[in-house]
Design a protein around this ligand. Structure first.
Ligand code: SF4
Length: 89
């Protein structure tokens, strides 16, 4: 069962361990330089690198990601999923 950490809003822990991280599906991501999901992350977990042809390379730093899920709601194409931490590694 997921429980919200009492002192940090948006982090989900079970037994003191972070359980989820966000992951981008590269096949679905439209690589927009105006990515609203990247702008929505208050933990600055997104890395946005300018690419070619007005596209960017977007990735998520899983060490910074708290698994709060805010970016999932902001991603128009639905390219971001939350996955269990054990499956991420
Ligand atoms: S799940 Fe939360 S912390 Fe992780 S990348 Fe998305 S908005 Fe940032």
């Amino acid at each position: 069962m997921y429980t919200e950490h009492p002192t940090t809003v948006g982090e989900y822990f079970v037994g003191g361990r972070k359980m989820r991280v966000a992951r981008i599906d590269e096949k679905i991501c439209d690589k927009s330089p105006f990515c609203p999901a990247a702008a929505s992350c208050r933990f600055k977990a997104f890395r946005v690198i300018l690419g070619t042809s007005f596209r960017v390379n977007i990735s998520i730093d899983e060490e910074k990601c708290t698994g709060c899920g805010v970016c999932v709601r902001y991603c128009g194409p639905g390219a971001i999923k939350l996955i269990e931490k054990e499956k991420a590694s």
